[in-house]
Unconditional design. Structure first.
Length: 114
């Protein structure tokens, strides 16, 4: 199993006390159940957590959070901070067949490379 999370929010609990939650309507239990960082990965698996280096700090923090936690739970992980990318252009490289993001999507993580 090879997965890429792009600009993911992996712990939804910080959203509970924001105005955004007025629309989302999350309760504490649902936030925990829907937060990948609080769940055990289905092993064996590999995940690349990909975020634009110029994104808001919370996206960068959550990107690194999932990679760190799931590494400790036995998943093969890597965290990538894509240079010169932000939340609204970080996926643009998926349209480029020779981009690092496309290559990452098509190539599973080799645990020996981590």
């Amino acid at each position: 199993k090879n997965t890429i999370s792009i600009s993911g929010l992996h712990d939804l609990r910080p959203l509970l006390n924001t105005s955004m939650n007025d629309v989302l309507g999350l309760d504490a239990q649902e936030a925990v159940m829907e937060s990948a960082a609080l769940l055990r990965p289905a092993l064996p698996c590999s995940i690349t957590c990909w975020v634009g280096a110029d994104e808001r700090p919370e996206f960068v923090r959550q990107n690194d959070l999932l990679a760190n936690i799931w590494t400790g739970l036995g998943a093969s992980t890597r965290a990538v901070h894509a240079p010169d990318k932000h939340h609204f252009n970080v996926i643009a490289d998926l349209a480029e067949p020779d981009s690092d993001l496309t290559a990452c999507l098509l190539t599973p993580i080799n645990p020996e490379d981590i």
